[in-house]
Design a protein. Structure first.
Length: 226
């Protein structure tokens, strides 16, 4: 069992959506039509990302350099990592994004020991991506949910941090959720322990007040009310 902070990457750790920035810069025409199908519910996030990545025309060095130059971390992220380290919480990143930028950005900030689960890419005539469940099964949908279920089944106490519709199912399994944008709007009337945030300093402030009580109640199915 562990006290775990589960972080989305795009629009959460980062201020912008790195995948979309990458498609805008490097993808051939057609990715916008795929995005429209995603919004219409005709494609899952995983299917959309795979199809859009297939349209990207750039080598690995160019994509990684673009990530290093373009990604802006949300204020307080590195401080949250420090807080977790000193308070015996584990931070894990679960993202529908690509290792091409998730690993690149985290490693550039010397966070190579932070576990991260994301789309694993390779180049075979075209760019390809694979989303594997915790058991190594390839997924076309529900990547984040698969990890949320695995953490729950292990007995971990999960604080989920995210922003979008792709976080919704996974966040519903977490006793505590920090949310912004679409995720906050969708959970506002249903989740008993939902906190808004703009920066990670907002999250740290709540953790300082509440985390000891959550840790004490981690043997329960829900955190203590505060």
């Amino acid at each position: 069992m562990a006290n775990l902070i589960c972080l989305d990457f795009d629009d959460t750790i980062t201020i912008d959506n790195t995948a979309r920035q990458l498609f805008e810069r490097f993808a051939a025409p057609g990715w916008q039509e795929l995005e429209a199908k995603l919004r219409a519910g005709e494609l899952t996030v995983e299917q959309y990302n795979a199809a859009a990545l297939d349209l990207v025309e750039a080598d690995e060095a160019a994509l990684r350099n673009f990530a290093l130059q373009s990604v802006r971390l949300r204020p307080g992220f590195l401080e949250l990592i420090d807080w977790a380290h000193w308070n015996d919480w584990l931070v894990v990143v679960v993202s529908n994004g690509f290792d091409l930028y998730v690993d690149t950005v985290l490693d550039a900030h010397r966070l190579d020991r932070v576990p991260r689960h994301c789309g694993r890419t390779w180049f075979a005539y075209r760019w390809r991506v694979r989303y594997d469940s915790p058991r190594g099964v390839e997924l076309q949908d529900g990547f984040k949910l698969a990890y949320a279920r695995a953490f729950r089944d292990l007995g971990d106490f999960v604080v989920y941090v995210g922003d979008g519709a792709s976080d919704l199912a996974a966040a519903r399994l977490a006793p505590v959720v920090f949310a912004r944008s679409t995720l906050h709007q969708r959970l506002a009337t249903e989740h008993p322990q939902l906190y808004p945030f703009d920066t990670f300093h907002d999250i740290i402030a709540v953790l300082e007040r509440q985390a000891p009580r959550w840790s004490a109640s981690s043997s329960s199915t829900t955190p203590a009310e505060g």
